[in-house]
Ligand binder design. Structure first.
Ligand code: 5GP
Length: 191
């Protein structure tokens, strides 16, 4: 998605060799016009998947997930993050490791909001090692629902996240694919 790539080139800041900071339009301030286009793009791509609901992870996944949900006319659920294990029997949960924050997070979703047999589309801001997506897939499966796709705003394709999700036969669609990050330099995959 050209508008997104241009925005990343103009405003993205590379931290070290593998972290991209996009606080000015996605992760802190949200560019409403761009997020609307992102929602439109995901909705068009996944329109034939009979999506019943969107699942994302708080907090940075919520904006693109909501924009997509609005376009598809479905509701959007976000997994909450907690650092300690909880034993509440009314929730689905899975443990995921965050490489950016270097902590284990517990993803939690109330059993009320994902139902057996529903087609669930996952949306997230970044895909790196696939941990967040794996956590969402585990929760969808616990509910007896179907993970029908994974929409990613920015994929770091030098990490192995896409492979992990595609190996589970779940299609991945990314709007910007980054091949390489270096201080002051962002290189996209050739289309
Ligand atoms: P994964 O779970 O695929 O390893 O990483 C994806 C999650 O980590 C995303 O939900 C995102 O919040 C965070 N993340 C991974 N890489 C980056 C990055 O370069 N920049 C930002 N802002 N977040 C990232």
């Amino acid at each position: 998605m050209k508008a997104l790539e241009n925005k990343i080139l103009e405003e993205g800041i590379v931290l070290g060799n593998d972290i991209l900071k996009v606080d000015s339009f996605l992760n802190h301030q949200i560019d409403v016009e761009l997020i609307d286009k992102i929602g439109e793009e995901f909705a068009n791509y996944f329109k034939d998947k009979n999506v019943d609901k969107i699942l994302t992870v708080e907090s940075s996944g919520i904006a693109p997930a909501l924009a997509t949900a609005q376009r598809l006319g479905v509701n959007c659920v976000f997994a909450r993050k907690k650092q300690s294990l909880t034993t509440d029997e009314n929730i689905y949960h899975s443990s995921v490791y965050s490489f950016t924050k270097q902590v284990m997070n517990e993803l939690i979703v109330s059993k009320k909001f994902i139902n057996e047999g529903e087609n669930i589309l996952m949306i997230d801001d970044f895909l790196a090692n696939g941990q967040a997506a794996k956590g969402m897939i585990a929760i969808i499966r616990q509910a007896g629902a179907n993970p029908v796709g994974c929409g990613i705003v920015i994929e770091k394709s030098f990490s192995n996240g896409r492979q992990i999700i595609e190996d589970m036969d779940i299609p991945v669609y990314s709007l910007a694919r980054i091949a390489k990050l270096e201080p002051g330099k962002i290189v996209f995959e050739e289309n």
